[in-house]
Design a protein around this ligand. Structure first.
Ligand SMILES: CC(C)(COP(=O)(O)OP(=O)(O)OC[C@H]1O[C@@H](n2cnc3c(N)ncnc32)[C@H](O)[C@@H]1OP(=O)(O)O)[C@@H](O)C(=O)NCCC(=O)NCCS
Length: 193
């Protein structure tokens, strides 16, 4: 496992996305969402969600919006995408939102490449970005039954601060809202990264 971890990490590059990446983001966004939730959530709702939330146009608009930052993880040889991440202004039903908050809107790694440190490397990029913007919190919404992701977020220092209803392709899902307090996180980060 340790050898595999080193292998994947040494072969995987994480880069910031720019205009022109909308097609690849749409592809990996849909593919990873389908992979994560097939057999868990309703298939037609997954497809409806992907058609909108992972459309080329959606990613094109985010890439054109300076408030959004997107990353791709690509593996060599070939530089095929194996993961991606989106950080955005917060769109979460919390009463105490401020302009010092950011949302970890999406973080997905293909299952073949999970559990080998890539998610942590992606999150490290988001945290570095949040520090650049002097953000105080990184927030996220996660399906309340997605125990694996919640385990990852908890290990990374997030904790639950609320709940929301999330419309996933017409299906109402219960999500947890989680927070990573960035002011106190720098010490912790030295431990986890
Ligand atoms: C969540 C996800 C991005 C995490 O990425 P990953 O590459 O698998 O995670 P890493 O290998 O970098 O793990 C980092 C740390 O979290 C821990 N961790 C990972 N999954 C965990 C789990 N289910 N429970 C507890 N800890 C976990 C690891 O052990 C590791 O700890 P360490 O630093 O002590 O070694 C990835 O699993 C994924 O894409 N899942 C499917 C999509 C998804 O659910 N995305 C989130 C939607 S809200």
């Amino acid at each position: 496992m340790v050898r595999m971890s080193r292998q994947v990490n040494s072969k995987t590059q994480i880069r910031v996305c720019s205009s022109g990446d909308e097609n690849v983001l749409s592809l990996i966004g849909q593919a990873t969402f389908l992979e994560a939730f097939a057999g868990v959530l309703d298939g037609q709702s997954i497809l409806a969600h992907c058609a909108g939330a992972h459309s080329i146009e959606r990613y094109r608009s985010w890439l054109a919006d300076s408030r959004y930052k997107l990353w791709l993880a690509e593996i060599s040889p070939g530089n095929a995408p194996v993961g991606y991440m989106v950080v955005s202004p917060p769109d979460l039903p919390l009463l105490n939102l401020s302009d010092r908050d950011l949302e970890l809107k999406r973080i997905y790694v293909f299952s073949r490449f999970q559990g080998q440190g890539l998610g942590k490397r992606l999150l490290q990029k988001a945290i570095t970005e949040a520090h650049i913007y002097s953000a105080e919190r990184l927030l996220l919404g996660v399906y309340k039954h997605n125990n694996a992701a919640i385990g990852f977020y908890t290990r990374m220092g997030f904790h639950k601060v609320g709940t929301r209803k999330f419309n996933m392709g017409g299906l109402e899902c219960d999500d947890y809202i989680m927070e990573l307090a960035l002011a106190s996180e720098s010490v912790h980060l030295e431990n986890i990264l």
